[in-house]
Design a binder for this molecule. Structure first.
Ligand code: HEM
Ligand SMILES: [Ca+2]
Length: 770
């Protein structure tokens, strides 16, 4: 074992009180194969280090660090693109007349949809302004450009359904065999997305196009999610999955109330900031919008009294969640329906007919699109076009994101003072998330200003783009260096080639790896973060006094952050408070009170929504993904006893008919964790595979060398010094002490230190002198 080499001398506690004053004369060498690294550079080994008395040392630059192993690398294993042709059944010879008929019928289906929308609109079947469903729809609203893309996919789906009817194909064959038909050959040629022409630009495009020079649309905004396993739509094409082996699946709310309860099981080694980073990076990676009507109204599927709208009054994209009459929470309140609108779909880049795929309206890459915006138009609105800076609003001398005084997307006092505007529309969802948007905005302006001093000759454009490139790299570095090791554990990191290097370039860019977000990641596995959320948010004042706020009172209401000292209180709270563990216990603030409106005592249920979203996307069940992940499938509930707690298995068995019916989300949520990880094997596999493709498939990934515009080795070393701790120290209003690894709870290995301490290194931007 590597740690057998550790020679234990000083305890780190001895260092912390006077950490600024340690003389370099007390330099400690590390015994090989250990090397002296700052805590942030040893984040990946945190679990092992914590089990041992720490050995402080000074690295060559004078930073106080820990003796840490030099990380070895294992070959990455992201799935390679096999090429559509290899997957397709032999091309069928369909007559051009049949194809034309199907295409024309599809166009009339779409016209029919417009007529239905008109009639529903005229009859006032629209969503109430002040409803919890409205708050939900804010999180999932399409951009203006999104709709036309989705209309194209609706045409392809309709034409596929018409062909299915005509040819009397089974659902199994319809979704797959019809992929053999290229829409460009079939009077649907206008549904095929145009490919951009690419130049070798130094900077990422805003919409992610031209990252892959051979496949310019890979990973770009408005393209489809990829799949690890083929969908199981009810009709094989796009109808939601409502049964398995001809038997109806259990009601999702019943699954949620039977299996998921609210109980306090905190992860005491971690902090709530871990949860919050998860959501922050998620909002860089994926947003699947839901349908709105042609005039951009939100779709309502429930009656004002809480029942399900009758089918003739319901929009065709409604997929309302049915609440059992005897539901312990909603039952007594007379609520029998939770609003749910289907996810938008988009044509696949290969322009094939066949089953539907959902759309990601963001760039799939981790590129800080949530800071800058996922399109040139959105990005331009957020820029000052002076000095490389982003626009801000200044409140009592402090920088905040822009405010939208017209929009009515917030509740509480924020409704009158204006919601914040950032590169992602979910910025106001919960103030802990908003606080990260604020400090990343400030970090951008801080770096742009520093670069303008170093390089007075740089134009606004160069200052902006160079800073944007650094911020994108920081997002990636914090995610791979601090966040993923805490979630996945070191072993999974290494198996999937996710471990950041300590020096040099990575050579893992592979133009055959599709960087797209997978449907399994977005609609199930990464929603594991919902289990980490604390229903109460701690706010810690400068003097250590703690105030507690219930999350249910703060959805889309970030006004508190405008008040002096409150941004710091939220940030201090997050690096102090534990998160909940990833398991079947989830806070009631999310499972009964999500987006609760003022003066109400109920909201939505995020876990039911997650399960329903999986069925909306046609995701196969948990057992399928055991096989996708190389694990043996289970054949009975008995088999699950080695994988989950007995009480959970009993509860699953009481709602699901067969183990094959278990939804991916609930199965992944309740698995026993892998050693050193917060996740079980199936979620680990889906999440690690995603981050492998997000690395290997991203030409601009910060560690990649060999690209015409890779960071220089010196710049890369500076980026490697950065931690979320440093970003908090530099951009909060007045936070003076943090632990170096903010996702980990303070401990002797990770003690709170002064922000100015050399234990928390900073980038030296002189490496960008140009
Ligand atoms: C207070 C915290 C959070 C709230 C209120 C929240 C709420 C939501 C809501 C309402 C949705 C849309 C559900 C749907 O209609 O399908 C969603 C989606 C999602 N959430 Fe969260 N979430 C939170 C934290 C997190 C965290 C910590 C993570 C991950 C670590 C996460 C990952 C995701 C993912 C991956 C999606 C799917 C995104 C998409 O495909 O568009 N969330 N969340
Ligand atoms: Ca992105």
């Amino acid at each position: 074992m590597w740690w057998a080499f550790l020679v234990l001398s000083h305890a780190i506690q001895a260092l912390t009180p006077s950490d600024n004053s340690i003389s370099l004369l007390t330099y400690n060498a590390c015994e090989k194969p250990l090397v002296c690294k700052s805590a942030i550079q040893c984040s990946i080994w945190y679990n092992e280090l914590q089990a041992l008395p720490p050995k402080p040392c000074f690295n060559s630059e004078g930073y106080v660090g820990l003796c840490c192993p030099d990380v070895a690398h294992i070959k990455p294993t992201a799935l390679k693109e096999t090429g559509v042709e290899e997957l397709l059944p032999p091309v069928q010879s369909l007559s051009p007349i049949l194809l034309e008929l199907a295409a024309r019928a599809a166009r009339s289906d779409l016209n029919y949809l417009t007529i239905i929308e008109e009639i529903l609109g005229r009859n006032d079947m629209v969503m109430h302004e002040n409803s919890m469903a409205r708050t939900h729809s804010i999180s999932l609203a399409p951009f203006e450009t999104t709709r036309s893309q989705s209309q194209k996919a609706l045409l392809v789906v309709s034409a596929t359904r018409r062909l299915q009817e005509k040819l009397a194909l089974s659902p199994e064959r319809a979704g797959f065999a019809l992929q053999a038909i290229d829409t460009r050959l079939s009077f649907l040629d206008d549904t095929c997305p145009l490919l951009p022409t690419c130049l070798r630009q130094k900077y990422r495009s805003f919409d992610g196009t031209c990252n892959n020079l051979r496949r310019p649309s890979w990973g770009s905004a408005l393209t489809s999610l990829d799949r690890l396993a083929p969908p199981e739509y009810d009709d094989g094409i796009w109808d939601p999955k409502i049964r398995k082996s001809s038997k109806e699946l259990p009601n999702v709310r019943l699954v949620r109330t039977t299996v998921v309860t609210d109980d306090n099981h905190p992860a005491v080694d971690m902090t709530h900031m871990l949860m919050q980073w998860g959501q922050f990076v998620d909002h860089d990676m994926v947003q699947v919008p839901v349908f709105q009507t042609a005039n951009q109204s939100n779709i309502e599927c429930c009656t004002p009294e809480g029942g399900i709208l009758s089918p003739e009054l319901r929009h065709p994209h409604c997929f309302p969640i049915d609440i059992p009459a005897n539901d312990p929470f909603y039952g007594p309140r007379g609520i029998r329906c939770l609003n749910f609108v289907r996810s938008m779909i988009t044509p696949r880049t290969e322009c094939r007919m066949g089953y539907a795929d959902q759309m990601n309206q963001l760039t799939h890459f981790i590129d800080a699109s949530h800071v800058y915006g996922p399109s040139p138009v959105i990005a331009a609105n957020l820029r000052q076009f002076v000095g490389g800076l982003l626009k801000t609003s200044v409140i009592e001398g402090r920088q905040y994101p822009l405010q939208d005084f017209q929009g009515k997307n917030c509740v509480g006092p924020t409704r009158d003072t204006g919601c914040f505007v950032a590169g992602d529309t979910r910025v106001n969802q919960i103030m802990t998330l908003t606080s990260l948007h604020i400090i990343f905005l400030r970090q951008h302006n801080y770096i742009a200003t520093a670069l303008s001093v170093i390089n007075p000759h740089w134009s606004d454009e160069i200052l902006y783009q160079e800073t944007r490139r650094i911020i994108g790299a920081l997002m990636q570095h914090i995610t791979y260096n601090e966040f993923l090791p805490a979630i996945l554990g070191r072993q999974t990191m290494e198996i999937y080639g996710l471990t950041p290097q300590s020096t040099g370039y990575s050579s893992s860019y592979d133009e055959n790896v599709n960087p797209s977000i997978t449907n399994e990641f977005a609609a199930a596995a990464f929603r594991m973060g919902h289990s980490l959320i604390q229903g109460s948010i701690n706010l810690v004042e400068e003097d250590g006094k703690v105030r507690v706020e219930l999350m249910r009172n703060w959805f889309n209401n970030p006004h508190l952050l405008r008040q002096s000292g409150q941004l710091d209180a939220v940030l201090r709270g997050m690096i102090d408070q534990w998160p909940q563990n990833m398991d079947e216990w989830v806070s009631e603030d999310l499972t009964n009170h999500l987006f609760q409106r003022p003066k109400r005592d109920f909201g939505l249920d995020l876990i039911s929504i997650n399960l329903w979203r999986g069925r909306d996307h046609g995701l196969p069940g948990y057992n399928t993904y055991r096989q996708v992940c190389g694990l043996p499938p289970v054949t009975s509930f008995q088999d699950l006893l080695t994988i989950m707690d007995r009480s959970v298995v009993n509860r699953l068995a009481s709602v699901y008919r067969s183990v094959d019916d278990i939804d991916l989300y609930i199965g992944g949520l309740v698995e026993h964790h892998l050693p050193g990880s917060m996740l079980g094997p199936v979620f680990s596999c889906i999440i690690a595979e995603q981050f492998a493709r997000s690395k290997e498939g991203d030409r601009f990934f910060y560690e990649h060398g060999g690209q015409p515009y890779s960071f220089t080795p010196a710049q890369l070393q500076e980026i490697r010094k950065i931690s979320l701790a440093a970003i908090i120290c530099d951009n909060a209003d007045n936070i003076v002490k943090v632990q170096p690894l903010v996702f980990r709870h303070p401990s002797p290995t990770n003690p709170r230190v002064n922000c100015k301490s050399p234990i928390i290194p900073r980038m030296n931007l002189a490496a960008w002198t140009g």
